[in-house]
Structures are given as structure tokens and as C-alpha cells.
Ligand binder design. Sequence first.
Ligand code: ADP
Length: 421
Amino acid sequence: MRKAIVYLLAFSLLGLGVIQYRFLVIGLKVAKARFDQEAWAALQSISQELSVENEMSVLLRSVVAADPKHFTVSLDTLRQASEGFFRDYLKDRLLSKGLDFDFAFAITGEGGSRVYLQSGGFSGQDSLSHYQMPLKGFIAEACACRPQLQMKVHGLVPYLFLQMNYLTIPYIAFFLLVGACFAWLVRFQGHQRSLDEIKNDFINNLTHELKTPVFTIGLTANMLQELLQSDRERRYLDVIRKENESLKTHINKVLELASLEKSRDILEKRPVDIHLALAPIIEHFSSQAGLLGGSFQYAPEAERSRVYADPAHLGNALQNLLDNALKYSPGIKKIEVRTFNKNGNFCLSVRDYGMGVSPKARKKIFKKFYRAPYGNLHEVKGFGLGLSYVRQVLRLHGGRVEVESEMGKGSTFTLILPLVA
Ligand code: ADP
């Protein structure tokens, strides 16, 4: 269950990541379209400015015409100087339009046939970060080559990311945060699981260790019985034996549950007639209830009673219900067991007329270690393991356990098992 939630969470996180990534790509495309528009507008206004005679256009016209006579310098020097001036000029015009990025440029003939002026870092064309604008008018008149102003933007994608800061930074921050929480959850879960294992191992080892002394005490008490003379001594010994028996029951309950948790896949299930399989337990309980001054009725009304079951574990489950019926009936100990068929199932109900379970506690009594916090809890001994065991056994048989109860009037616990076809 816990594992499934972790996988679900991982899957959701992945899905969220993919969706966020797609949003980011869309955001990037929108930012690029906006940038294209601004870049074209800036280049257009530069081209217009250079189409008439001014300081910059005169300089560029001389370069394009390869005619340095206005400047009394060599053509190479003129080109070098123009490169620096034109870069500053472009930078200034782009900044005035709010565009601040690194770029390279060139002035070429149409289709890049001839290069008149080129800045460092200008290499071939690529469609993503390359912009081109014809230079008409004053400069174009210098040659019959239709000069083009070409501009290549360096680091366009990071530039666009920076433009989208409002989207990318929260996206990365939240994603990292959720990822970190998820990693913490997985670690915590692992830690919790190992703690659970340590706790269970400790309880199991302890109960195993307790089993031997309890057995020895029982054996010694039996041997001692022969040697005791007085009634008083025998009464004392009886107390020891009774308490030892109750200790044994508790230990067995803990061990039953532990064995079920460890080997949930290896229940020894086979088709059995459940009436026959449970008969010894019913018989034993009948005499036990009689000894305690209670009344016990058994009505095996189910016509079909073949189920696919592990009789040992089912027997333990029934025993737990019967023990509880006795334990939680402080006054009259009247217990009725009935079997019947319903909706293709075999049902076995244990009814008592004891203290009952409150509606609030009813939701929790099947949880491990839970004990209803009412009544003479301390007089009725237990660890809150019995019903948790019953529920697990029934689940492993593809069945369930149900409870109906009224405070002060008693309870009915019903085991429901699918019949063998
Ligand atoms: P334990 O009996 O050892 O406390 P169980 O798991 O068998 O543990 O029962 C859990 C709780 O459910 C009990 O503490 C008790 O409060 C309640 N309970 C179980 N059976 C009955 C019953 N027949 N009548 C009233 N309360 C019950």
C-alpha cells in the first residue's frame, strides 16, 4: 500500500514535470516570437537610418564600394575602423529599443555572395538566431550588389530564458522543492519500514524467548501438584497455573500474528468443509463457556460449507472471536454462534450480550494494538492484536469480517468467506 502511494507520487511528479516542461517550451516559443518582432523592428529602423546620407552610412558606403578616398587611409584600415564603429552604432540602436544581447554582424552582397564587412564571431547562417535586412538607398547606390545587413544573436536561448524569469525561476524552484520533499518522503518511509521491522523482530524474539520459561513453569507446576499436601498450597499453585496459562495465550497471539505477517503467501489453503474443520474449537469452547458459568448455543444452519481455507488460521480467528465474546461480557455470558449462507458466501456469526463497541471504536478495533478506551479496560487483559489477526486471516482468504454492535447490549462479529464453486 505504502509502496503504491510512493509509485503514484513518483508518477504524478513525473507527469507534473512533463506538463511544466511543455509549458516552458510554449513560453519559450512565445518569447522567441516577441523577440523576433522586436529584432526585425530594430533592424528596419537601422536600415532606414542608413538609407540616407549620414556619418555612418558614408563610412559603410565607402567600405561597400571599396573606395577609401574620403578618408585618406587604406581599405583595410577603413574596414577595421568601420567594424568597431558599426558595432558601437548597432549596440546603441538596439539598446535604445530595449534589446541588450551579444551579437555578431556582417554586410554582404545578396545571398551572402560577397562579404564587405564582418565582425569577429560571425559564422554561417542558422535559422534560429539569424536576422537579415536589405540596406537600401544611399549605401546600395554604391554598388549593384543589393547589400544586406546580417546579424547573428549569440546565446539566444539563455537570453530568452532570462526574459522569462518570472516563469522559469518559480518553475525550477517549486519543482526542486517538490522533488526534495519526495526524496525526503521516500527516505523517511524506508526509515519507518526498518523501524517497523526492528520493532516486530524485537517483539517476536521476546515472545519466543518467553515461550520456553512459560512452558517450563507449566511443566514444573504440574509436577509440583503431586507433591503438595495442603489445600492452601494447592490454591497457590492453581493461581500460578492460571496466570501461566493466560501468559501462554498472550504469547501465542503475538506469535500467530507475527507468523501471518511473515508468511502471508504461504497459507496452506485447501478445500475444506468448514463445519468439520471448526468443530473441535466449537466443542472445546462449549465446555469452556460452561465452566465459566456461561451459556453457549451453536446453530450450523449453512447448507453449503465448502471453502478454500487454511483451517489452522481460520480456527485461530474463530477462537479469538469466541475469547473476546467471553472477555467482553462482564455480566451474563451468553454466546451464540450461527452459520448461514448469503450471496454465495459462507458466514459465521459470533453473538454476545456483553458491553458492546461504540460506533467510534468500531472503526478502529481491527487495527493492530488498538483497544477501545472505555469500560474496565484494565480488568480485561489484551494487547489489541486479536481482531487485527482475524481481519488479516479473512483478507488472505478473500473474505472479510463485519461487526454490528450496540453499547451495553452486545456485539455480533461475522466472518464471511467465499464458497468453493
Ligand atoms: P484485545 O481483546 O486483546 O484488546 P482485540 O483485537 O481482540 O484485542 O480487540 C480489540 C478491541 O475491540 C478490544 O480491546 C475491545 O475494546 C474491542 N472488542 C473486541 N471484541 C469485543 C466484543 N465482543 N465486545 C466488545 N468489545 C470488543
